[in-house]
Design a protein around this ligand. Structure first.
Ligand code: SF4
Length: 701
């Protein structure tokens, strides 16, 4: 008969930034099934990942004991993971031995080579409290700001542009606001795949009459609901968006009152876009002038227009410029600061917003307070009980910069919690070599990831349903995730492990409960100062900014002013910068990387979730059927993709939504780790790599 649960625990989904609330149904410390709960972002809905992607927690590959690399282990380097030979490379250890070695070696490197010889990567999958404690460990225990996480690979450029332009890196309006919009632009995002429940709200809005404009070089499923679909050429965002703004100026559609009373720098923008007429830009971006005019009028004249974007915008060497154009578009038309308007960069990981807020970034303390500001440093020195003048006043290194610094011998030891740079970094072969050359690498995770395989010490952590903590979704809603089951074997919760490493670096911490960490956070972070642990326990979800206890929280911000010095937003003009690596005769095609519905990021969890793995078991590349036919291939056949940096072999899947000459590959498959091919060239402002464009050649076989 049917197995009945003996326990129900309310929590949130561990995958994407939509932040769906769910209930775990448990029997004998095992999750039987998951149900959607009536949360503010999901109203009982879940996508296939949230509903079926839970049994990774019970997978036999779970790490259950601390592991130490054997002295006679094979050389670290490139590899195909083989869970069966783990014990040839590692040996089991007690927590005491593993922690003493992990923390002791980090301390030794710090004392011998200086504070900047260490770096730490925290995780956007961890809780706010874990992120906060991890950055505090790096800043006070390692003694530098060399702390970062995967936000650098996802929306760093969007956040840089938003902080510069409107003074806040978070979204202005929640996704659900699309129901109040007359016009919605979705650009460089594939929400049906990456934010599936959010996509249902966008589709509902179109049914109720909202006009959806989809702009994307790849025609994704949301284009089916579009009023207009603009398949612009890859890499030409700035050309297209400047042309749209040009029309708005020329046709007198600028919201003068808004521009005059609430912004600065408009004249410079107007001068800059003079050169970008739709006629001139049409051949550049591949969208005809009439369509550019039509979209410009529609967006500018509607009562409420909103823009949502994703990695297609951000992951370019001109990612910051792309976002600057979107911000300028909303400001010049006054389409911000009201319900149904505004700017929404769709967040990837379930807690990438929260981890960034909590200070898991090299240039800012919690709540985006800059490390170079002496007043800010003094506040944190006091709050953290460290000697005045001891906190580092220089921004630390970002994700990709850390890998280069290892190669240069500047960084010698690293602590990686819950991230998998061996799969997620651009030019992953280089990143793997770099990490393999470290004097000491400590990895804390739930599986023997491709990164953990390179480690000297592996610390087995608790999975998402095995711990309690808060998570902040793409809408700025802080939500409570609750422990539903116990970690397997000797695995421990991250918060405990971080503290134990801290102790070995001389930190005198004694947090007894996760709520004590949250309480410390809210006293150093003005935007969540009003959110108490008790309220989260009671209400499960509270939106920030919430500055005083009892505040309802603000789902829509910038109503009266922008959080910049003058209270005004700033226009920043952008010109066309080409992709760093263009196709040529040797590498004639373009590679675009991203995600697919069933697998999440580097696949460490979803490929060990039985239903999801059964749905998408093998690495695939999406290619236009005519391109495939031209090279003599058929759908389902094996193809090889090669760039100047690496080569993978996987299955071709025909997709007539792909642009001609470009190929799309998800980065979830270790056996075809596509990031070995990607270009590590960085956007100079956001320091984000160009995952959405590099030159490749493709052969059948
Ligand atoms: Fe989880 Fe995102 Fe799916 Fe919701 S939409 S169930 S948060 S993966």
């Amino acid at each position: 008969g049917l197995v009945e649960p003996d326990k129900k625990v309310d929590s949130v989904c561990p995958y994407c930034g939509v932040g769906c609330q769910l209930t775990y149904n448990i029997k004998d410390n095992k999750i039987l099934y998951v149900e959607g709960r009536d949360g503010p972002a999901n109203q009982k809905r879940l996508c296939v990942k949230g509903r079926y992607g839970f049994d990774y927690a019970h997978h036999p590959h779970r790490l259950t004991k601390p592991l130490i690399r054997r002295a006679d282990a094979p050389k670290r380097g490139d590899f195909v993971m083989d869970p069966n030979n783990v014990m040839e490379v590692f040996r089991e250890a007690t927590w005491e031995e593993a922690l003493d070695l992990a923390g002791g070696k980090l301390k030794q490197i710090r004392d011998q080579y200086g504070k900047k010889a260490l770096a730490g990567f925290g995780s956007a999958k961890g809780s706010n409290e874990e992120a906060y404690l991890f950055q505090k460990l790096v800043r006070t225990g390692f003694g530098s700001n060399n702390v970062d996480h995967c936000t650098r690979l996802c929306h760093a450029s969007s956040v840089a542009a938003l902080l510069e332009g409107i003074g806040s890196g978070a979204v202005s309006n929640p996704v659900m606001d699309v129901m109040k919009s007359e016009v919605v632009i979705v650009i460089g995002a594939n929400p049906v795949v990456n934010h599936p429940v959010a996509a249902t709200w966008i589709k509902n809005a179109t049914k109720a009459g909202t006009k959806l404009i989809v702009m994307d070089p790849r025609r994704s499923d949301i284009a089916r609901n579009a009023h207009r679909y603009l398949q612009f050429k890859p890499d030409t965002d700035v050309a297209m968006l400047n042309a749209i703004m040009h029309v708005i100026v020329k046709e007198g559609l600028v919201n003068k009152e808004f521009v005059e009373s609430r912004t600065i720098g408009y004249e410079e923008l107007e001068k800059n876009i003079e050169a970008y007429s739709p006629e001139k830009m049409a051949p550049v971006c591949g969208i005809d002038a009439d369509t550019l005019r039509y979209v410009a009028r529609l967006y500018a004249t509607s009562k409420a227009s909103m823009i949502l974007w994703g990695m297609g915008v951000s992951q370019h060497v001109h990612g910051t410029d792309n976002a600057r154009c979107l911000i300028a578009l909303s400001l010049m038309t006054g389409q911000i600061g009201r319900p149904g308007t505004g700017l929404h960069p769709l967040r990837g990981q379930n807690n990438v917003q929260g981890a960034s807020d909590a200070g898991l970034i090299p240039m800012m303390y919690p709540d985006y307070q800059h490390v170079s500001d002496p007043k800010v440093r003094a506040t944190f020195e006091k709050a953290w009980g460290v000697q005045p003048g001891t906190l580092d006043d220089k921004p630390g290194l970002t994700v990709v910069e850390v890998m280069h610094a290892i190669k240069e011998g500047k960084i010698r030891g690293m602590y990686v919690q819950g991230e998998n740079p061996a799969m997620s970094d651009p030019d992953a072969g280089h990143a793997r070599e770099a990490m393999a050359s470290l004097d000491h690498l400590v990895v804390q995770d739930i599986f023997l990831t491709e990164t953990a395989y390179l480690a000297d010490v592996i610390l087995p952590a608790g999975a998402f349903p095995e711990k309690t903590g808060t998570f902040t979704n793409t809408d700025r809603i802080v939500q409570m995730g609750r422990q539903a089951i116990n970690p397997p074997g000797d695995a421990k919760q991250d918060l405990w492990i971080i503290q134990e490493i801290g102790k070995r670096l001389g930190l005198d911490w004694d947090y007894k409960h996760v709520s004590e960490v949250f309480d410390e956070m809210r006293h150093t972070m003005p935007s969540i100062a009003g959110i108490t642990w008790d309220r989260l326990e009671r209400e499960d979800a509270v939106t920030y900014p919430c500055v005083k206890e009892g505040d309802p929280g603000d789902p829509v911000v910038f109503v009266d002013d922008f959080p910049r010095e003058s209270g005004r937003a700033r226009f920043v003009p952008a010109d066309i910068i080409p992709a760093n690596e263009r196709p040529d005769t040797e590498y004639p095609m373009v590679l675009i990387t991203g995600r697919q519905l069933e697998h999440w990021h580097t696949g460490s969890m979803t490929r060990r979730a039985s239903v999801l793995d059964a749905l998408e078991p093998d690495p695939v590349a999406l290619i236009h059927p005519l391109d495939l036919a031209e090279m003599g291939g058929k759908p389902g056949e094996v193809i090889t993709i090669e760039s100047r940096r690496g080569k993978v072999t996987l299955y071709a899947r025909a997709d007539d939504g792909s642009p001609r000459g470009a190929i799309f590959v998800p980065f979830a498959y270790y056996e075809a780790a596509i990031n070995k091919l990607t270009n590590p060239a960085l956007d100079p402002v956001g320091k984000i790599p160009e995952f959405k464009y590099c030159a490749i050649r493709v052969t059948v076989g």
